[in-house]
Design a protein around this ligand. Structure first.
Ligand SMILES: [Zn+2]
Length: 462
């Protein structure tokens, strides 16, 4: 081909290239791979320990078998401590055993999508201690990942409050993380590596995760609180004595069957699962009561948990705007979990929880209860503040009452310790705290307490 011929050929090539662009001849890309539908959940249960889900197992049976809902569960720990009623395995080995127990338990309800946040069992009564041992940030990152992976319509978790009978730090920590994940998973700036698209998802070595932000629509709570006179009307109630149309047995039987797989945590004896089932079946006849945390899609407080929910994503609403309360003069307030929750509820749009019941504590007969108190001085000069406690009859103060020097604009955290009297006094009693300076009362607060035969640690359900 001569030079003229080459030029003509080049021009023809350019013409075909331009015309293919102009006339829509681009190759068609394959469909964008969406979220993996196998992991989509209608309900994501976020709890602390294997067997926590059993508290609501009869409800889960209803939703799984007859509501045809997709359900996933996350656990803060794998249950690596506590007694083993079946074998000799403990610690990491017990964790390995209980992971399988809970997978089999949930499989009995058809629930297969189960994940763990990597925390350690922590025998505390404070969510703050459990959050520390769980490595809060790492556990939260996992929780946000599982919300984005499962894209739940509804999240169910423990009630985020400290109560007599529901003071297990792990349960509370699981709730704190679930509420944080509810508010954070839709925010593209939170753990952004999780939602960055991989460069080429079909090759290995893609270190961004390819998830999507996801805003769950509702969050509900359940509780083991010993006193529940406040709970009526706070959320939907699901009877467990109803017969399942598909399984032809009452839901409480399905719930007790689910629990029966947790043999290492129950008094299984030689009869194993059958013994666990027999011991549990009456307990499961109680209805399952929820407390509405918040809904971003309306619906009534006591209506079905899917009331107001329609398929598809909803916009991320942004974070509630939290402003810490201003303090003036000299004051005292409950510290520890009480102070944390008073801030947490405001920051997460859960203000109504503060009005469910007043600050309370349960303590075993003859045992000690610790009461964290913050003594504040929001004046411009150092102050001496006298703290005194007025106790119900039979109670004994071990420490707490004293004169505390508090620097200007400072706070002095203390832990007052009291011993409960012997005997069962389940009715409420009150401890009154009084703060005085210059001979005048400047602040006061009240904590209601009850003492019961078993100690607080013994009452913790693992
Ligand atoms: Zn538990």
């Amino acid at each position: 081909m001569n030079k003229m011929g080459m030029k003509v050929g080049y021009l023809l090539f350019c013409f075909f290239l331009i015309s293919s662009v102009t006339f829509g001849q681009l190759p068609e890309a394959p469909p964008s791979p969406g979220p993996d539908a196998r992991y989509k959940a209608d309900i994501l249960v976020m709890v602390a320990h294997p067997d926590d889900e059993s508290e609501i197992a009869s409800f889960l049976a209803r939703e799984a078998f007859d509501g045809h809902k997709r359900i996933a569960v996350t656990y803060g720990t794998c249950g690596n401590s506590g007694g083993n009623t079946v074998g000799y395995e403990q610690a990491a080995s017990l964790c390995a055993v209980r992971e399988i127990e809970v997978r089999r338990a949930l499989e009995s309800l058809g629930i297969m999508n189960v994940w763990f946040l990597g925390g350690e069992d922590t025998a505390s009564q404070s969510p703050l201690i459990s959050l520390e041992t769980w490595n809060h940030g790492a556990a939260l990152a996992r929780a946000v990942r599982y919300v984005r992976l499962t894209q739940p319509e509804v999240i169910i978790t423990w009630l985020p409050d400290y109560a007599d009978g529901e003071n297990h730090g792990d349960h509370q920590a699981a709730s704190v993380i679930a509420n944080e994940a509810f508010d954070l998973a839709g925010n593209p700036l939170v753990f952004p590596e999780q939602i960055a698209a991989p460069e080429n998802y079909k090759l290995i070595g893609n270190l961004t995760e390819g998830l999507r932000p996801w805003q769950a629509k509702k969050i509900y709570f359940f509780t083991n609180a010993r006193h529940q006179d406040w709970i009526e009307g706070q959320g939907p109630v699901y009877p467990s004595t109803t017969v399942s149309p598909s399984k032809h047995v009452p839901y409480y039987e399905l719930g007790a069957t689910e629990l029966s797989y947790h043999q290492t945590q129950e008094d299984a004896g030689p009869e194993g699962r059958e013994a666990v089932y027999k011991a549990a079946v009456n307990y499961f006849k109680h209805p399952v009561q929820f407390i509405l945390g918040k809904s971003l899609v309306g619906g009534s407080r006591t209506g079905d948990i899917f009331d107001g929910i329609t398929p598809g994503p909803i916009p991320y609403p942004g974070m509630p705007n939290y402003q810490p309360p201003a303090h003036e003069g000299l004051s005292i307030e409950l510290g520890g979990p009480y102070l944390f929750y008073s801030r947490f509820w405001k920051a997460h749009g859960l203000d109504h929880i503060a009005s469910l019941y007043p600050p309370e504590a349960g303590v075993g007969a003859g045992m000690e209860v610790s009461v964290p108190i913050i003594i504040r001085n929001d004046t411009d000069s150092a102050q001496k503040i006298s703290l005194t406690a007025e106790l119900p009859s039979g109670w004994k103060e071990e420490s707490g009452s004293a004169v505390y020097p508090v620097e200007a604009h400072g706070a002095y955290p203390i832990t007052a310790i009291f011993t409960a009297p012997d005997g069962n006094r389940p009715e409420w009693q009150e401890i009154h705290f009084n703060a005085a300076a210059g001979g005048k009362t400047v602040s006061a607060l009240t904590l209601r307490v009850s003492n019961v035969p078993s100690g607080p640690v013994a009452t913790l359900r693992k």
